[in-house]
Design a protein around this ligand. Structure first.
Ligand code: FAD
Length: 467
């Protein structure tokens, strides 16, 4: 058996400019960890690359030695794909450069950026890149899988705002992908995840935005059914400036929660208005009234506050498990099943997350990118969040049971970034009509499936990369 750390380390160390961390090194314990505490693997070597040539060297050597290799940006893969047992981790966390061109409303960012790195740089110019809702999430994994967030309805998915990628392919060559160069790869990288190579740079469109209106409401158990019925109907005609997410959960016993709701099942509404606050006033008031809220607040907040307000709710190192799906319509039976699941929810941090997509994201045609189905506007994510390994079985079985109850009403398809590690059988479902094109692009750029720690698309067995 190959000793990964020694073989790869001794091959890389002469030329590698970044950090090479083996199990014996100080800093290895911290470097091996990923966000999901359920995934506690021990790679043989973490190669923290300083630049593109480090990435090329790592790929060349690992590929030649046949070593299982993970690629890590923010380490937030719910499935734990950015680490491995005994293999190599190509860690991009030293590559967080962001360059903004305010006049052109464009940015370039490196493959190791967290969402916060991009937000901080673009906000200096009063601009935004539409991304996710937790600033410590990695941008590469999020954008390559699609990328939904507060601005999805207004400006589209993150991947819809990418104009070009630079990637190191499995043969260690550098490939550019945009509308004119390698258009098939450009298509596949917008939703196809980490299947094709290591993306070292993203070229993206930006939009002017400095603040939003945020309204939050807590709805007591007895009114949740009414809230969900109103929400599904209201969102079908809502302006694209409005994003309204709902979490079904147990209210914590903290001072910020009205005493009458503490420890009880609630629906938490977070409603964002991204347009002119005065123009949105009536719509926001209508939405809030539909919450029948026991607790409500409304304020203007900066974009940076919006992007960091959920950070502490999803800390590194806790245990997480998820399952997700789309609905064309949230019918009464589905609402019943959500409410049934809420009765047995295993912990206060666990939640049923509901969002309505549509808007600008829904207008992009189904075959324009590899991203999954855009026609089903309701997306649900069942997310268990706990700390004690003794509670694993309880949380995982609750998610599986709730998912099995809800699945018959779901539209086939799944957002790859919300999948757990035991769902590889759903990857063809995620790409359904786009499957053959995904396989063709995978076969061209990664014929031996070197990049396999992802929502994996297998290359055709006999194909070789044509030059
Ligand atoms: C707290 C939290 C909040 C989230 N919020 C949102 C949200 O609001 N919206 C949303 O859409 N998703 C969200 N997600 C899901 C998120 O999009 C995925 O977990 C995503 O994979 C995270 O990206 P990462 O770079 O941190 O992951 P990593 O674990 O580093 O990598 C994930 C996958 O991407 C691959 N990869 C990483 N970097 C590269 C690269 N440079 N080139 C090629 N492949 C690469 C990896 O090999 C792996 O397969 C959230 C996840 C968490 C944990």
């Amino acid at each position: 058996m190959i000793d990964v750390s020694e073989e790869v380390y001794s091959s890389l160390r002469q030329t590698f400019k970044g950090d090479l961390l083996c199990p014996r090194d100080d800093g290895y314990e911290e470097a091996r960890l990923v966000w999901n505490g359920m995934v506690a693997r021990k790679p043989g070597l973490v190669a923290r690359c300083a630049d593109v040539s480090d990435i090329q060297s790592a790929i060349r050597i690992a590929s030649a030695l046949g070593i299982v290799t993970a690629v890590r940006c923010g380490g937030h893969s719910l499935a734990g794909f950015s680490t491995c047992e005994g293999g190599l981790v190509i860690d991009l966390s030293r590559m967080r450069q962001v360059t903004v061109d305010p006049a052109a409303r464009r940015a370039r960012f490196a493959g190791g950026c967290l969402l916060g790195s991009i937000d901080n740089a673009t906000q200096k110019e009063g601009l935004v890149f539409p991304s996710g809702v937790v600033s410590h999430t990695g941008a590469s994994g999020l954008v390559l899988g699609g990328g939904t967030g507060w601005l999805t309805r207004r400006f589209g998915l993150s991947c819809d705002n990418v104009e070009g990628f630079t990637m190191v392919a499995a043969d260690s060559s550098i490939v550019r992908a945009n509308a004119k160069e390698n258009a098939d790869l450009f298509w596949a990288l917008r939703g196809g995840g980490g299947n094709f190579g290591v993306v070292t740079e993203f070229e993206v469109k930006l939009h002017p935005l400095k603040s939003v209106v945020l309204a939050e409401g807590l709805t007591a158990e007895s009114d949740i059914r009414r809230l969900l019925e109103h929400w599904r109907d209201f969102m079908a005609g809502a302006p694209i400036d409005l994003k309204w997410n709902i979490d079904l959960r147990i209210a914590p016993t903290t001072n910020s929660i009205p005493p009458s709701l503490r420890g009880r099942s609630v629906a938490g509404s977070s409603i964002i208005w991204t347009g002119d606050p005065d123009a949105g006033h009536t719509t926001m008031q209508t939405a809030l009234a539909l919450c029948h809220p026991d607790s409500v607040s409304s304020k203007i907040i900066s974009f940076l506050d919006l992007q960091t307000m959920a950070d502490s709710a999803f800390p590194h190192g806790r245990r997480y498990y998820t399952k997700s799906g789309y609905f064309n319509y949230l019918d009464d039976g589905t609402i019943d099943r959500c409410l049934d699941a809420l009765v047995t929810i295993p912990s206060p941090e666990t939640q049923i997350e509901l969002a309505y997509l549509g808007g600008a994201a829904g207008k992009v045609s189904a075959d324009a990118t590899a991203f999954g189905d855009r026609s089903a506007p309701f997306i649900m994510n069942l997310l268990a969040n706990w700390s004690d390994p003794a509670d694993d079985e309880n949380h995982i079985s609750w998610i599986r049971s709730a998912f099995n109850q809800l699945r018959p009403a779901m539209k086939p398809g799944v957002y790859v970034n919300f999948m757990s590690g035991d769902e590889q059988d759903r990857v063809p479902e995620a790409y359904h009509q786009r499957w053959d094109r995904m396989v063709a692009v995978k076969t061209h750029y990664d014929p031996k499936n070197f990049f396999r720690l992802n929502q994996n698309v297998l290359p055709r067995a006999s194909a070789q990369r044509s030059e």
